[in-house]
Design a protein around this ligand. Structure first.
Ligand SMILES: NC(=O)c1ccc[n+]([C@@H]2O[C@H](COP(=O)([O-])OP(=O)(O)OC[C@H]3O[C@@H](n4cnc5c(N)ncnc54)[C@H](OP(=O)(O)O)[C@@H]3O)[C@@H](O)[C@H]2O)c1
Length: 274
């Protein structure tokens, strides 16, 4: 597939590594066109994409915002979606101008002692969440944090839980002793039954309601239950070390975690310390 001139429907992906190509495959399964960019030219990506994301269309990184239907700032419902899947240590090489006027989905995480650009380190030191730091770096973009708290393997597996969960049902002695799913349950079950078709939930954090809503529809189309958090800052619970990261929660469980998290905004709307 080759890129055509002018904005096209679909989702842009900046970064064609493990996470970026897994998202391209997930979009393909959902019937959504994917436009993908890396540090390489579209031509030099062709063998890589043929293997890892055969239906994605390669574009140049600096064109990813325009290619996917960017409509300029001030029209959140019409913004094109570009998903940021570049390692945080490489973000100095991403020109914020490429992403002006787009809805930028921040999927990045910091891994252990990964070195960060100075602006990123300074923002974290100043108490910002990682996505608030990204938002400050990309002021022309409307930033939404999501998809960062599951692995590329889980993205490939879709939203349905791999293991059926077991829930207690009183008065059913035939199933005594089965384990409960979910970390929140501590009491031993009296009995249980399998809960079918539970979808894994993904948190969505943004300071822009319409943008969060659009991304929620995308997350649903990818096979996950969206849980919209109250602010970009509240997305710290999705980061490595947080209670949501790399764990499979239902929408109800994730909403409970968000509600009881100290990381959310205070009642008067001001941010709390990390
Ligand atoms: N892997 C996961 O399971 C996972 C899950 C959740 C979140 N994440 C986050 O997603 C991000 C990417 O992780 P990954 O595992 O996919 O990394 P990766 O496999 O190392 O891939 C990184 C990709 O970013 C591209 N890239 C680097 N600088 C770029 C630039 N200036 N413009 C365009 N593309 C650029 C690279 O291009 P080249 O191919 O040309 O080198 C490569 O395709 C990280 O922040 C990670 O924490 C990863």
């Amino acid at each position: 597939m080759s890129a055509s001139a002018g904005p096209q429907p679909g989702v842009g992906i900046l970064g064609a590594g493990r996470a970026g190509t897994a998202l391209a495959r997930a979009l393909q399964r959902a019937g959504i066109p994917a436009w993908i960019a890396s540090t390489r030219s579209p031509t030099s990506m062709r063998f890589h994409l043929a293997q890892y994301a055969p239906r994605a269309t390669a574009v140049a990184a600096e064109q990813i915002g325009q290619q996917t239907g960017g409509s300029g700032p001030g029209r959140p419902d019409g913004l094109s979606i570009v998903v940021l899947m570049v390692p945080q240590e490489d973000l100095d090489s991403v020109d914020p101008g490429w992403l002006d006027g787009v809805l930028l989905v921040d999927v990045t995480n910091r891994w252990e002692d990964e070195p960060l650009p100075d602006w990123f380190e300074d923002s974290l030191q100043a108490g910002l969440s990682s996505s608030e730091a990204i938002a400050a770096r990309f002021p022309g973009s409307t930033v939404v944090k999501t998809l960062n708290h599951l692995s590329h393997w889980d993205l490939d597996g879709g939203g349905q839980r791999v293991q059926p969960r077991l829930q207690p049902v009183s008065g059913d002695p035939a199933n005594m002793g089965l384990e409960l799913g979910g970390a929140a349950d501590s009491a031993p079950p009296t009995s249980s039954h399998t809960v079918p078709h539970q979808r894994r939930a993904l948190g969505i954090a943004s300071d822009d309601g319409p943008a969060a809503s659009r991304v929620a529809h995308l997350i649903d189309a990818l096979g996950f239950d969206p849980v919209v958090l109250p602010s970009l800052r509240a997305g710290v619970i999705l980061e490595p070390g947080g209670p949501v990261f790399n764990r499979s929660w239902t929408a109800g469980e994730l909403a409970d975690l968000a509600e009881h998290s100290a990381a959310g905004p205070s009642a008067d709307g001001t941010a709390q310390d990390r």
